[in-house]
Design a protein around this ligand. Structure first.
Ligand code: ADP
Length: 668
């Protein structure tokens, strides 16, 4: 028979053994995710750094534009002052002191001014003021700017140049009266002073400022906060008509270091940590997989072992619920696992006649007392009884906590059959031996008595002949002849008596084993045999013996035979009654110099017609009965000077009682 249980185990082992590719691919996703995570982690600080750099750059550009505007505004103010002066000069030249006063006012407002020249149309200096007032020369670049100014009729700046080490730029404002060129005002600006005076300190502190010529050579610089790092730089042309001048700013701050470094450092540390934990996890999983593989092997091995076992295995939890059965157990009781698993008593394989026994044992199990080894009987689903030997042990989990009970169950049908056969054969042998002895005695008696009886018969026939002849002839009886015949007959009768006596002697000689016997030890000696028969018939045996029971003088073997016969009869008489009433009691007591032993059953009892012939040899009501048991018992008991009687049991059944004289009286 193949049970679904086995399939389930196979399926389970298949589920535990997934296809190799699936195992390989399941790593791909986490690895990809981890790589992506690392990439994002590395990209984030870079991106933050970029954003900050952009922000700083934008800030620098905005500040540079603002500074450029400020410079331009300052120069524009000077231009306006010059334009205003120029306009006045064209209309009418003021007196020299007044002109000087105006110029002084201009110098006061614009510190970047280092010199102002008033030239006439021919280039002759009409007035001059400034730190370099004495020097009225103009550079070629300045002269070129003057030409341009006159031509374009608007103010023009020269290309910057160095004058006495200072970066300088000239501004030419042409003066026209009625569209006729009447001269110029030439202002000379010190670019370094322009930077120093105009650019606010906080900007100069954070940035190195330079004014560059058209070849990008620095003309004037301001580096209050140190030289620029060259990281955040910006150049912007100063919008000066006629001149190519650029304002360059260079932040003293370098690229941000600490934060990105911290971020990168922490990312690297995190990544390393991640890799280490991944490696650990990997190793752990590899170990788990190896353990899983080993477990699968173990499972397969265990399944194969369980399937090949002929011993039934059954596990129960602490409530007695079946949690596991192996195929051998299923086969033993003829039920599939799903009809057994999860079942609580009464179990489907309990035989009705042994219900009380199971329930008693189950109550013990619940109370935590198990019988480590016991014999019982299970009922196969076909109704067949299966005698089994059960071994029980506590089921303990990996924490050492008891979770239930594990039983291994041996089918002992064959052993039982062999035992039964053995017992029957032994009984038959005993019966045979007894019969043989009786037969021996009978044939010996027949043989031995045949002769004297034949002789008696012929002597009495002879005597009758003598008497007949005398009656017929009317003559006197031959008394001598008659006497001799009767004497012979008497002799032969004595001989017959002798023979019977010798048989009696022979019987007496057969029990030289008589000695002091304690009844409890006799019962103890055959208790195993009684129990064996009782168990098979689900009969419980109870023995009540008073502790002060006196011994008897008897042949132990004969007493054993008597007890065995009586108990077997009692057990057989209870075969058809309700299992809970199958109780066999052996009770002993002593009274009036006798020891009385009663074998009490609750069997079918003895009807009067049976009772009449009960002790007759060869009387039996059983199909296979010999009818010799009780007869032999009575002979044996009477032989010991006792009696064997029976009465009805008031509770139903029969009581057989034999009495034996106590040891002292038997000897007396
Ligand atoms: P047998 O081998 O036939 O049992 P026994 O001499 O032992 O021979 O018994 C004779 C008969 O006496 C039995 O067949 C049975 O009918 C009856 N008998 C003996 N013991 C009991 C008993 N305890 N209860 C009822 N009937 C009994």
């Amino acid at each position: 028979m193949k049970f679904p249980f086995i399939d389930t185990l196979e399926e389970r082992s298949l589920q535990l053994n997934p296809a190799q590719p699936a195992r390989r691919w399941r790593w791909l996703l986490p690895v990809l995710l981890v790589l992506l995570f690392l990439a994002v982690l590395l990209w984030l600080p870079w991106q933050a750094r970029e954003m900050e750099a952009n922000e700083r750059q934008e800030q620098l550009i905005a500040d540079t534009l603002w500074v450029e505007q400020t410079l331009r505004f300052e120069l524009a103010r000077d231009e306006e002052a010059l334009a205003s002066l120029g306009a006045d000069l064209v209309i009418s030249a003021p007196a020299a002191p007044a002109l000087q006063a105006r110029l002084a006012q201009m110098f006061k407002n614009g510190h970047e001014l280092s010199r102002v020249l008033w030239l006439d149309a021919e280039g002759t200096t009409l007035a001059t003021r400034g730190v370099e007032a004495a020097d009225t020369t103009l550079t070629a670049a300045s002269l070129m700017a003057g030409d341009n100014a006159r031509r374009t009729r608007s103010g023009r700046y020269s290309d910057p140049y160095r004058a006495g080490g200072a970066a300088t730029i000239d501004y030419h404002l042409p003066l026209f009266r009625n569209s006729v060129y009447v001269g110029s005002l030439v202002a000379k600006f010190n670019l370094k002073v322009l930077l120093d005076e105009t650019v606010p300190w906080w900007f100069a502190h954070d940035n190195a400022l330079s004014i560059l010529d058209r070849d990008e050579r620095p003309l004037a610089q301001r580096t209050d906060g140190g030289s620029g790092r060259g990281v955040y730089t910006h150049k912007h042309a100063l919008d000066l008509p006629g001149a190519m001048v650029e304002l360059a700013t260079d932040s003293v701050k370098g690229a941000p270091r600490l934060l990105p470094n911290l971020l990168v450092g922490s990312v690297i540390a995190l990544a390393l940590g991640l890799l280490v934990s991944l490696a650990t996890l990997w190793r752990h999983i590899a170990r788990t997989l190896a353990a899983e593989g080993a477990l699968r092997q173990q499972m397969a091995f265990r399944t194969a072992m369980e399937n090949s076992l002929v011993t039934g295995l059954r596990a129960r939890d602490l409530e007695g619920r079946v949690t596991y059965v192996n195929p051998a157990f299923c086969e033993m009781v003829g039920l599939p696992p799903d009809e057994l698993l999860g079942k609580v008593p009464p179990m489907p394989y309990w035989a009705p006649e042994a219900m009380a026994e199971y329930e008693q044992r189950f109550a013990n199990v619940l109370a935590g007392n198990i019988t480590p080894q016991f014999e019982t009987v299970f009922q196969h689903s076909s109704g067949r009884r299966v005698p089994v030997l059960v071994f029980e042990a506590p089921l303990v989990d990996s924490n050492g906590k008891q979770t239930g009970w594990m039983s291994s169950i041996l089918d002992i049908s064959d052993r039982k059959k062999a035992e039964d056969l053995n017992r029957r054969q032994e009984e038959k042998l005993q019966q045979g031996a007894r019969l043989a002895t009786m037969g021996e005695i009978s044939s010996m008696l027949a043989h031995e008595l045949n002769q004297p009886l034949a002789a008696i018969s012929s002597y009495t026939a002879g005597a009758l002949n003598v008497l007949g002849r005398a009656v017929d002839s009317g003559s006197a009886v031959d008394a001598l002849l008659l006497q001799r015949a009767l004497e012979q007959a008497s002799t032969q009768a004595q001989r017959a008596g002798q023979i019977i006596k010798s048989v009696h002697e022979f019987v007496r000689k057969r029990e030289p084993e008589r000695k002091e016997v304690a009844m409890p030890s006799v019962i103890e000696g055959i208790r195993a045999l009684i129990d064996l028969q009782a168990r098979q018939a689900f009969v419980s045996v109870k023995v009540h013996l008073p502790p002060d029971l006196p011994p008897v003088h008897a042949d132990r073997i004969l007493l054993e035979q008597v007890l065995l016969n009586l108990t077997r009869n009692a057990i057989e008489a209870m075969a058809q009654i309700a299992p809970e009433r199958r109780v066999l009691r052996i009770v002993a007591e002593s009274s009036q110099g006798h020891v009385a032993v009663s074998v009490i059953d609750h069997g079918h009892g003895i009807p009067p017609d049976v009772a009449e012939r009960l002790f007759s040899p060869f009387f039996s009501t059983k199909a296979e009965g010999m009818g010799m048991g009780l007869s032999i018992c009575r002979t044996a008991i009477e032989f010991h000077g006792g009696t064997l009687t029976h009465t009805g049991n008031p509770g139903g059944g029969t009581v057989f009682t034999f009495t034996l004289p106590q040891q002292a009286e038997a000897l007396a």
